[in-house]
Design a protein around this ligand. Structure first.
Ligand code: GTP
Ligand code: MG
Length: 228
């Protein structure tokens, strides 16, 4: 296929390296959600888009997050410790073959997860590079915008397209989602294409999060002194 094109791409070293990523826990309900003291990045997208594979690519591990050719398998929020940050793998949406009750349960889980938006430093919203965004994808973007959650759209499975087609699709998907092309990153978990871009994005997310935390700590200290 087109894989050879993509193997050559990663030349520069990423600003962030992942050494040892580990699984923390799964949450089935909102009272099981964790509040980490590190920046947390959420990975969301429709079922089977490649969320777990994306996480494994970043972790340099094949089986950290369970992948499946059977859509809709990840029904829990799975947390992973990446050292400098926490990744949360969210249940995929838009899988037709589940009951209405199950769909409502997923919607509730997502709602509850994003409600506490101070806890979330960034969201990677995954979209299949081969297809037009679905109505659910558009709704997810609207949701992220509504809650003022910072996000980047990650196109998955780029190895399935020629370089030219990928460029074309990236442009079309960006237009469909009313986003600038700079807000999209193309990736392939198969070949590692785009991994450096993602790690560099995470690096800047962590920098911003620690600057904000420092500012907050200084403000708290100033308030303490004023109150004394
Ligand atoms: N060719 C190719 N296949 C991929 C890529 N990423 C994922 N896949 C395949 O797509 C299928 C689904 O991948 P997952 O990572 O399990 O997807 P998911 O979004 O976690 O799915 P759910 O947890 O069920 O919502 C698997 O068969 C993967 O091998 C990619 O970059 N390239
Ligand atoms: Mg998954």
């Amino acid at each position: 296929m087109y894989e050879n094109n993509y193997k050559k791409q990663e030349k520069t070293e990423p600003l962030l390296t992942v050494k040892n990523a580990t699984f923390i826990t799964s949450a089935a309900r909102s009272n099981q959600f964790i509040t980490p003291d590190k920046p947390m990045i959420a990975v969301c997208g429709k079922s089977n888009v490649g969320k777990s594979s994306f996480i494994n690519m970043l972790a340099n591990r094949k089986k950290l997050a369970k992948t499946s050719s059977e859509p809709g398998r990840t029904r829990l929020v799975n947390y992973f410790d990446f050292g400098a940050f926490i990744l949360a793998d969210l249940p995929g949406y838009g899988f037709a073959r589940v009951s209405k009750g199950e769909k409502e349960k997923w919607a509730k889980t997502l709602d509850a997860f994003f409600k506490d938006r101070e806890k979330i430093a960034h969201v990677f919203m995954l979209v299949d590079s081969r297809h037009d965004p679905t109505a659910d994808d558009v709704q997810m973007i609207e949701f992220l915008n509504y809650h003022i959650l910072p996000f980047t759209v990650v196109l998955t499975k780029a190895d399935k397209l020629s370089r030219m087609k990928l460029k074309e699709h990236l442009r079309a998907i960006a237009a469909d989602l009313y986003l600038g092309e700079k807000n999209l990153l193309a990736t392939s978990s198969e070949t590692g294409y785009g991994k450096t871009d993602v790690l560099n994005k995470i690096h800047s997310v962590i920098e911003v999060a620690s600057a904000l935390a420092l500012e907050e700590a200084e403000n708290a200290e100033a308030t303490d002194i004023a109150e004394e």
